[in-house]
Write a protein that binds this ligand. Sequence first.
Ligand code: ADP
Length: 447
Amino acid sequence: MKATNAIKRQQRKLFIGEIISFAIIFTVLGFIIYALFQNAIYSNVDRSIEIQKEQILTNTIPDLPDPTGTSNQSSFNSSNNPPQNRTQNPGAGSPFQTETLIFAKDGTISNQDTIGQRNYQLLQKIKLDKSKKNKLVDLTVSTGNNLTSSFRTELIYVPTSNENAEYAGKYVIILANVDSEIMAIHSFQIVFLITLAIFAVLAVIVSYYLSRRSMQPIIKAWNRQQEFSADAAHELRTPLTVIQNNLEYLLTKPNAKIIDETESISNGLDETRRLKKLTESLLMLSRSDSNVLQLNVEETDVKTLFNNLITPYVEIASSQDKSLRIENNFNRSAQLDGGLIKQLSVILLDNALKYTPAGGTIVVTVAQVGTDLNLTVTDTGIGITDKDKENIFERFYRADNSRTQKTGGNGLGLSIAKWITEQHQGTITVTDNHPTGAKFIVKIPVK
Ligand code: ADP
């Protein structure tokens, strides 16, 4: 299949369009997943801060479990209870989970001895900022010696009425260590970026494949159009050349009488008729392609339609020493486009006459078979080979033996016949007539 520059350009546009669509989809999806993941991770931390706050304000802080394991406060570490207040010293080497910093009136940390020396080193960097009261704030603090931790914090003010003298009337920062959460988010980011990269490569491959695939019908239609134009130009050139030659010849005989030059004039006229027929066929096909031709379906008296159209052909046949008869057994009217059905029948009759030598017989039958109108045109002519049977409904296709017979055809009749049949939801087929000739069968469903 030959792809022109225009087609390649179109394919590139499709490819870029698809890549952009994939990029937008993946980016939106990525943001949603990332936001959901982050939200899920921080929601537990936020909940634990909220519970701690509640416990401080209502003075319901449970004791730390007994290090010997004999404490009966088993609910303290249960999954429903987040890490609790460790103001009793969480242990110098232990990671931060939740912690509280109690600020004295002068802004210094008053529970320094309960949070351990190592933790204090870090947490003393946190300064009291009353404007952040009751807001969740993310903080990262570090000491000079590589000790860095990140926290989610909330500053609260404990009313003086609080029964716990340690908190009463003081500002307290509740901190939840989020180092492991940040690490999880970082790992997630790496996995996510790798996944995105794999998807990006897949998106390029899929887009390329899709853009190629969606171009196939366009390339096919394009090539068909090209072929059609080339064939049409070729068919138009022949009669035009004959007319031109005849006219040029007549010009060389300015004093001749018309009676002496009838051959050239009738040759020119024949070709003009051929040209007219050809342009009408081309017009019909191009209209059918662009769907501008609308069926004009109406109640049609089928018997009369066929009897009328056949009459002139009986005479033409007998003038050519051929016999033509009709067996018209369709006795009711049907919903059809009478004009197009007539055109279809004329194409088949014309062909039967063209390809049947003198002495031959053509039989037209019209009958109702089930809910179908069956039209058959049988002749005893030259017949059609099996290979040609596959192609004769293609535009401009003519069997070799028809070309050599100089029948004046152009290979468009049967493609028009096929289009008319299909517009009526029918089928058209061709078989051999025995012992010689062809048989065209048209079946059109009628209600
Ligand atoms: P054309 O104008 O050449 O007749 P058609 O599309 O009507 O174009 O037919 C296509 C070809 O099918 C013809 O060129 C001829 O080779 C073949 N054909 C059609 N009808 C007959 C027939 N009744 N007998 C033999 N060949 C036929």
